[in-house]
Write a protein that binds this ligand. Structure first.
Ligand SMILES: [Zn+2]
Length: 434
């Protein structure tokens, strides 16, 4: 089993839940995570494993069961905040000629998606297959995925007159998919970013009406940097809705010769994210919108590694770099969230040191080949970070990022009732400190 959960009498937790699949995922993680919460339960678990006394075995397992069943039990849910999805229902509509400014067609088992008359792009395998997705989540030990569009199907790629309609149809299809598995999925909206007012309104609709938990936005939507004042209505709407925004690269380093050697992804994507963080920070967006919750994929690109350089420019106001800032960039970085898709234990360790263990959330970048198919294992094996912060990264931090959105999840494991969940207050305090 890839989870690395110790074998033995842990099967005392009877599988329960709406489906066998989710039950398996829960029972696999409940006991060991709970068992590490304190020295007493750790000792009991050890005794449970090693004892040859039937009486001791049953009394210990009964105690463990009561602890799990008690309302105060700390049950860990593993959230994956960076997972892409294109609803198959939408693709079938496009294949059948629905007029949304795009087409979808299948050649063999591959689906090709084209906007207008542009060259079709192949969708990554599995991006529209719910069964494969659930199997992959179970294999990886992921309980809940936050579904966001593939950026190639982002509404900001559409002409301004079609984008709002496309975004609405996409979002309703995604919400319908989530409604079929309300214990395994949450959704992030696809926004028509060419028109920031329309994007703000779509975000409101998706969160307030469709039950989404935020939106995924491009690092440079429709050729506009994120510190463009035109985006202010969207930032204000996200603050008012108390939802979060996942910032994702698109058309990375356009105009640079990065097509060869896959550099558009390998260098371009992290560079693009770095530039986006720079604009949001040095452009003063984070100062003007202090309640914004932002999450950056691929570990924040190069920003956590280069933030010392940014602080130097801030402290010395080098060439006016600090004009829009009253707080050092490194402090701002510690209010943002970053996923774990860095493929290196050393990089993850540095990320934690740079931004704080409270700001890291699990990501997989499913189903892409540059993603991490075993993100729980990756964190668990990342030295001190894994041993000290696994529950925090997979669960607590994600709940804080989600804010009230976590209540959208429908699980039978007490997810919503845990003290400290939905800690909007904590987020406010953090921002208030700055
Ligand atoms: Zn991605």
């Amino acid at each position: 089993m890839s989870s690395g959960v110790p074998p033995g009498p842990l099967t005392i937790v009877a599988p329960s839940g709406p489906s066998a699949r989710s039950s398996i995922a829960k029972s696999r993680y409940r006991v060991p995570r709970i068992a590490t919460k304190g020295p007493l339960t750790r000792c009991l678990l050890q005794a449970c494993r090693e004892t040859t006394s039937k009486r001791l075995y049953w009394s210990t397992t009964r105690f463990m069961f009561m602890r799990i069943a008690s309302p105060g039990a700390q049950i860990v849910t593993t959230f994956d905040v960076h997972a892409h999805c294109v609803p198959r229902a939408l693709l079938l509509d496009l294949r059948d000629g629905k007029s949304l400014g795009a087409t979808a067609s299948w050649r063999g088992d591959k689906c090709w998606f084209a906007i207008g008359s542009r060259a079709p792009k192949a969708l990554p395998a599995g991006i529209d297959d719910v069964e494969k997705r659930l199997e992959s989540m179970d294999r990886a030990g992921v309980d809940v995925q936050l579904l966001s569009t593939w950026m190639g199907v982002s509404a900001c790629e559409f002409p301004a007159d079609i984008a709002p309609t496309f975004a609405r149809v996409f979002n309703e299809a995604l919400a319908a998919l989530v409604a079929e598995h309300p214990d395994r999925f949450l959704a992030l909206a696809n926004l028509p970013m060419r028109d920031p007012h329309a994007a703000a309104e779509e975000l409101r609709y998706c969160v307030a009406e469709l039950g989404m938990v935020g939106a995924e936005i491009a690092t440079r939507p429709a050729g506009r940097d994120l510190d463009d004042p035109a985006f202010a209505p969207l930032w204000s709407m996200a603050e008012d809705l108390d939802c979060f925004l996942l910032v994702h690269p698109l058309h990375s380093l356009a105009g640079r010769a990065v097509e060869r050697h896959f550099l558009g992804n390998l260098v371009g994507n992290p560079a693009e994210t770095t530039i986006a963080i720079g604009h949001l920070m040095f452009g003063g967006v984070v100062e003007r919108h202090r309640r914004l919750r932002l999450c950056f994929v691929h570990g924040g690109g190069f920003a956590p590694y280069q933030v010392g350089r940014w602080d130097h420019a801030y402290r010395n106001d080098v060439r006016g770099a600090a004009a829009n800032l009253t707080t050092p960039p490194s402090e701002w970085l510690r209010t943002m969230y970053f996923d774990t898709v860095v493929h290196s234990s050393a990089a993850l360790t540095h990320l934690v040191a740079a931004v704080g263990g409270s700001q890291i959330v699990l990501g997989s970048d499913y189903p892409f080949e540059m993603g991490d198919p075993a993100p729980v294992e990756f964190i668990r094996n990342a030295g001190d970070v894994g041993s000290a912060g696994l529950d925090r990264i997979v669960d607590e931090n994600a709940r804080r990022l989600l804010g009230p959105g976590v209540r959208r999840l429908r699980r039978d494991d007490g997810l919503d009732s845990r003290p400290g969940a939905n800690s909007r207050r904590e987020g406010r305090q953090r921002h208030g400190r700055l």
